[in-house]
Ligand binder design. Structure first.
Ligand code: ATP
Ligand code: MG
Length: 455
């Protein structure tokens, strides 16, 4: 075997040495070995050892019982946490999700054998060098995701591995080995047993990867049919329209790749046209239209993100971007201010990115015009920001207290007066002056206070 050297962080090296000094075996393992061999920065350094959890705990002053049942102890070393797990074999998987029991073993090889893919099943220590029983290094060099052992058995144990295969292919730009693909296709339906949280986490990693187009593979393997059937409908929906050159699904894939790898942005691209299959009509010239798809897509996005147990902030942001992805902006400062207020100050920059990613995934027809238009919206938006125009109620020169001081009482119409003032100011920023607004809307106030409607 070739001499391979991996630079281990001092904290991890110290833990390995201490375990070795006490007669145990210890290696860094899994993702960190894979990433180091690729010249990438590992997210974390996991350690595998022949020592039992109690033996590990006895050697280190600062430990956390992360998952004693599964053999995992976290050690704090040099301010960094390291997960140290005892060599183990997973017992039978009765439910296709978690092993019914784990058994500790004295064999590193057995521990590596339970891991999902060959590139994730390598261990390394300064003392013993690279431990690679399943050709992980060769597969790393060939760019192959390959199950350890019999893929059907491995996916049968934990169906999430089917999604992990696609996710690693997308993160690394790899292909999946043939027999592994065959097993994925056969067992994709068993993904229905996996929790939404685990599915969502893999889907997100796929979306944020440098190769989100592997979504196509997820579809071809029957994965999306289970976890995101709405996407399959998009793949089955051609768009015969001069603005388009792809099916809805292919357009979606290209648009995701055009967007910056930001969670909200890429989720918005994934979901922005999901309503199209349901909205499709074809006119007498044979041209396809998708009237009203934005709203349907927004509703679907909301349902899907709930199903995937997405957090509320993410869900609401994505749904809003989907709802407004086709909203036209009038090319005037007032038009831009109105759009910013409707879409939200925080989301407007993302809305511009959605538009661009969407446009660049359409046909060349009128592309330059669309991009020029977008550039003009950007220019006006920058100007609006530079001028410090009022864009939110909190920047209105009149506050609720001013209305109270003028004799009004809080209530529905009270809010209406403030909204009328705000609308005025959005149209004309120079109107954002207390004297002007109180005077201009004084009539409304006197009517309200006189008739007592506001009481
Ligand atoms: P990253 O942390 O970058 O997502 P990773 O390879 O470190 O990638 P983790 O999910 O952190 O992935 O898991 C650490 C290691 O544990 C993996 O490299 C693999 O060896 C093993 N592993 C994780 N999940 C599974 C699984 N579902 N089935 C089998 N082995 C797994
Ligand atoms: Mg990891």
């Amino acid at each position: 075997m070739r001499e391979i050297e991996i630079k281990i962080p001092p904290g991890a090296a110290k833990i390995l040495r201490r375990l070795e000094e006490h007669g145990y075996e210890a290696y860094v393992v899994g993702g960190c070995v894979r990433d180091s061999l690729l010249g990438r920065n590992p997210n974390d350094w996991d350690i595998t050892t022949s020592a039992l959890p109690m033996q590990v705990k006895a050697l280190f002053p600062r430990t956390i019982d992360t998952g004693l049942k599964h053999g995992t102890v976290t050690i704090l070393e040099g301010g960094e946490p390291y997960e140290v797990t005892t060599y183990r074999v997973d017992g039978e998987y009765l439910d296709g999700r978690h092993p019914s029991e784990v058994t500790f073993t004295a064999s590193l090889r057995e521990d590596l054998q339970r891991r999902d893919f060959t590139i994730n099943a390598m261990a390394y220590s300064e003392k013993h060098g690279l431990q690679d029983y399943f050709d992980g290094l060769t597969h790393l060099e060939k760019g192959l995701i390959c199950a350890v052992g019999d893929p059907l058995q491995r996916f049968g144990e934990d169906a999430l591995r089917i999604m992990r295969a696609v996710r690693f292919a997308a993160q690394l730009g790899y292909e999946v080995e043939e027999e592994t693909v065959r097993a994925m296709k056969e067992l994709a339906p068993t993904l229905s047993k996996i929790s939404a949280e685990r599915i969502a986490s893999e889907l997100e990693k796929l979306l944020l990867s440098p190769h989100p187009e592997k979504l196509r593979m997820a579809c071809e393997c029957g994965i999306t049919a289970i976890i995101l059937p709405e996407f399959d409908r998009c793949m089955e929906t051609p768009q015969n329209n001069p603005h388009h050159c792809y099916s809805v699904g292919e357009h979606t894939i290209v648009s995701i790749g055009n967007a910056r790898p930001d969670r909200v942005l890429r989720l918005a691209m994934l979901l922005h046209d999901f309503g199209k299959p349901a909205c499709k009509t074809t006119d007498e010239e044979g041209i396809d239209h998708f009237h009203g798809h934005q709203e349907i897509s927004a509703q679907m996005a909301n349902d899907i993100l709930r199903r995937l147990k997405s957090d509320n902030v993410t869900r609401k942001s994505v749904v809003k971007l989907v709802r407004f992805h086709d909203r036209a902006v009038r090319l005037t400062p007032a038009g831009v201010r109105k759009a910013v207020v409707q879409i939200g100050e925080d989301l407007f920059p993302l809305y511009l990115e959605v538009k661009e990613a969407d446009t660049l995934a359409q046909s060349e027809y009128m592309r330059q015009e669309k991009l020029d238009y977008l550039e003009e919206v950007r220019r006006l938006y920058r100007k609006v920001l530079e001028d410090g125009d009022c864009l939110s109620m909190k920047d209105l020169a009149v506050k609720g207290d001013d209305l109270i001081a003028a004799g009004m009482q809080p209530g529905k119409q009270f809010k209406e007066v403030l909204e009328a003032m705000f609308e005025d100011v959005i149209r004309e920023p120079s109107h954002n002056e207390k004297a002007y607004l109180m005077d201009r809307y004084a009539d409304a106030r006197s009517v309200l206070t006189k008739t007592g409607q506001n009481k």
